[in-house]
Write a protein that binds this ligand. Structure first.
Ligand code: HEC
Ligand code: HEC
Length: 259
């Protein structure tokens, strides 16, 4: 049975939503105020989502100009075999890129190329890309819409509770504090979109962080490993399924070049 989060909007979430706004506002302020050096303790971040506020998103690879989705479409031809031509991969081991923000995609490609986020396939794919290529490809995938996935109805309640409220007794923050209530993420802070992402990929990623993998050594890369360490196998299954079933109310991106 298909689960559509856009249909659920309980009023009790008002305060949590306020937190999201407070969080994004302070991230912006922090970015304005400081250069890319701050490195708050990751453990503190995981224990209390609000303490993530001063976190400064690291700079993404510099480009001569912002990403050009039309140029990116041609450059993304090689990516389609795994990620789908429109960023909706059919094989669930490959993450969907459709609707993902340009800044997040550029950051990941930069980190794959630098070997900080280690993956042999993506090292090979990212190595030939210039910073401008990364922005163009990112703009192209950001312009696409993620195709809805389906959550396992038996796991929805547990997944939703963790996603929206976390579990303060175990120091698990609400995922929505950073990834937003419908999983759309926060492009400015480079918090990725999770909406409709394949459960299999999410599960593998959370488990890898739980088991000690990191995607680098900057503050941004420490956030998820610290959180995932507190999740057990059942939490990870429930969250992964819930995330695949999340449907953003408006995943339609700002820039919409024709396919
Ligand atoms: C042969 C298959 C394959 C091809 C071709 C491929 N990728 Fe990937 N890509 C992967 C895999 C596998 C992962 C997951 C890596 C991991 O688990 O860390 C990935 C992850 C990514 C991510 C991170 C997504 C996220 O949600 O964190 C980005 C961005 C990405 N690929 C972009 C590209 C681009 C751009 C191209 C083309 C230039 C490309 N990929 C080509 C297999 C592929
Ligand atoms: C304090 C902010 C914050 C909170 C809270 C948070 N995340 Fe994240 N999440 C991030 C950041 C930042 C990244 C990207 C990490 C990077 O680029 O190194 C990320 C990445 C992810 C990814 C990888 C997405 C992809 O496309 O590869 C998943 C899955 C994820 N988070 C799930 C969760 C879940 C589940 C929770 C709740 C238990 C959660 N996050 C809570 C900040 C957060």
């Amino acid at each position: 049975m298909s689960f559509r989060s856009a249909g659920f909007r309980p009023a009790v979430l008002g305060s949590a939503i306020a937190l999201v706004f407070a969080l994004s506002a302070s991230v912006v302020t922090a970015q304005d105020a400081q250069p890319k050096t701050a490195a708050p303790a990751a453990a503190a971040t995981a224990a209390t989502p609000a303490s993530a506020a001063p976190l400064v998103a690291p700079a993404v690879a510099e480009a001569a100009k912002p990403g050009d989705a039309a140029a990116g479409q041609a450059k993304a031809a090689a990516c389609g075999a795994c990620h789908g031509m429109d960023g909706n991969s059919s094989d669930a081991q490959y993450p969907k890129l459709a609707g993902q923000s340009e800044r997040y995609i550029v950051r990941q490609l930069t980190d794959f190329k630098a070997g900080k986020r280690q993956n042999p396939i993506m090292l090979g794919m990212a190595t030939p890309l210039s910073p401008q290529d990364m922005h163009d490809v990112g703009a192209y995938f950001a312009s696409k819409t993620p195709l809805p996935g389906v959550a396992d109805q038996a796991l929805v309640e547990k997944g939703e509770t963790l996603f929206r409220q976390g579990d303060s007794t175990r120091g698990i923050p609400a995922c929505m504090a950073c990834h937003s209530i419908d999983g759309r993420g926060n492009p400015g802070a480079m918090y990725p979109q999770l909406t409709s992402q394949h459960a299999q990929y999410v599960q593998a990623t959370l488990k890898a962080w739980h088991d000690g993998t990191t995607w680098g050594d900057d503050a941004q890369s420490q956030i998820m490993p610290a959180i995932a360490k507190k999740l057990d196998a059942d939490d990870i299954s429930a969250l992964s399924s819930y995330i695949e079933g999340l449907h953003s109310a408006d995943t339609q991106p700002a820039a919409t070049p024709s396919p």
